[in-house]
Design a protein around this ligand. Structure first.
Ligand SMILES: C[S@@+](CC[C@H](N)C(=O)[O-])C[C@H]1O[C@@H](n2cnc3c(N)ncnc32)[C@H](O)[C@@H]1O
Length: 389
């Protein structure tokens, strides 16, 4: 089935769009897209589909804090082997998307019985696109895997192929503010998903007492100030040959509206601390790059020194869990017990912890009211929420 006619056929026709995301965050993505007014939301593993026009796809790029990429499918077809893949790719009129001067890259994900090597699949797709353009235009575009004008995504699942354009370009977790990273940083999209799934209130105090490069506190500040996460970066669709004109005007308007929507200050205090001065420096630089430096109170401090401030706030944190940061199980158990004692001093606060080690839940001394499985890259982790009595 070629989706082009129903999708991009008219310049602003409704079509299927896909927001890809980390496994376990689909609920956060769905909630966010619904709040943006997107319709017909369906969540599958690692992706949420919705219906919208190309400007809805752009809006999702600008405003989604939790999705990884926004894709616009062009064609879907059964794909038992390489010949079917090549034939499917050639059903698309690529002259709508590329000229001989635009560069392209192909990402392949998933597998089919006869197509298990993503590198080979990407190459076949590229061949189909390039051959179509050579036949139609008498020339071929160049491949640029690092920084293409047009990124094409081929996803294989259950014997079907779905061929899409990637509106995002660089994945959405790269907001552009994280210039300094510390050990084991969270992806911005995972940090935002933790805050959304845990319902961290924007008008109540917030604390991350193991802040590393500051991702959770910065994402909290961006959300609390209603600052669109994509306001400071460029997107893939801006380099498409079809972008100039109606789509560009829509994008310019959308960005202007987003600029106007920003609150001058976060409505409640946001604190972040770490015992590493280097980490706090990095968090400071990142907060400045994100435009939220004035909203964050950053300090170098031992986690156990943290004291409550204000009523009914949220602690949200990502403690070391041994897999990625050194530490023996016994030391970790004591560390987690100490963390639990600290959390319990924050009476009436909500405590959101990303737990990658069962020792944490065993030693916190707090019963989670809620637990949600997430994937931090390849690591299976639990987001738990407790309430300090
Ligand atoms: C997994 S990292 C946090 C990463 C962070 N969420 C980010 O996105 O960059 C854990 C952090 O805990 C800090 N840390 C470990 N033990 C600590 C302690 N006792 N007090 C304060 N910070 C501590 C480490 O310096 C490290 O930056």
């Amino acid at each position: 089935m070629n989706l082009r006619g129903g999708g991009f056929g008219g310049s602003m026709a409704a079509m299927k769009l896909v927001a890809t995301c980390a496994r376990g965050t689909e609920g956060a993505v769905r909630g966010e897209l619904a709040a943006l007014g997107m319709r017909h939301l369906r969540g599958a593993r690692g992706a949420v589909t919705f219906e919208g026009r190309v400007d809805d796809g752009m809006r999702a790029c600008l405003w989604s804090r939790t999705a990884m990429r926004i894709l616009a499918p062009l064609a879907a077809f059964p794909c038992p082997d390489a010949a079917a893949l090549y034939a499917g790719v050639r059903t698309v009129d690529w002259t709508e998307w590329l000229t001989v001067k635009t560069t392209l890259a192909v990402d392949a994900t998933g597998t089919a019985p006869g197509l298990t090597h993503t590198g080979f699949v990407a190459l076949k797709v590229k061949d189909g696109v390039v051959d179509s353009l050579r036949d139609a235009l008498g020339g071929r575009p160049d491949v640029d895997v690092k920084d293409p004008d047009v990124r094409i995504v081929l996803h294989l699942a259950r014997g079907q192929a779905e061929l899409s354009l990637d509106l995002s370009g660089t994945p959405l977790y790269r907001r552009g503010y994280r210039t300094s990273v510390q050990e084991a940083p969270l992806k911005e999209t995972l940090a935002a998903s933790m805050l959304a799934l845990g319902e961290a209130a924007h008008d109540r105090p917030f604390l991350d007492l193991l802040c590393g490069s500051g991702t959770l506190a910065i994402e909290q500040a961006l959300a609390a100030r209603r600052m669109a996460p994509g306001l400071r970066r460029a997107f893939g669709f801006q380099r498409w040959p079809r972008y100039r004109g109606e789509w560009q005007s829509a994008w310019d308007r959308m960005k202007e509206e987003a600029r106007v929507a920003v609150l001058p200050r976060a409505p409640a205090p946001i604190r972040a601390s770490d015992r590493s001065a280097e980490a706090v420096d990095a968090a400071q630089r990142n907060a400045r790059a994100a435009g939220v430096e004035a909203d964050l109170e950053l300090t170098v401090a031992e986690a156990r020194a943290a004291e409550p401030f204000g009523e009914g706030g949220t602690i949200c944190t990502n403690p070391p869990y041994g897999e990625r940061i050194g530490g023996q199980p016994l030391q970790l158990a004591g560390f987690y017990r100490g963390l639990g004692e600290t959390f319990r001093r924050f009476h009436g606060w909500s405590v959101l912890v990303l737990s990658g080690n069962p020792l944490l839940e065993r030693n916190l001394g707090m019963r989670p009211e809620w637990s949600h499985r997430l994937w931090n890259g390849p690591l299976e982790v639990n987001l738990i929420r407790c309430r300090a009595p």
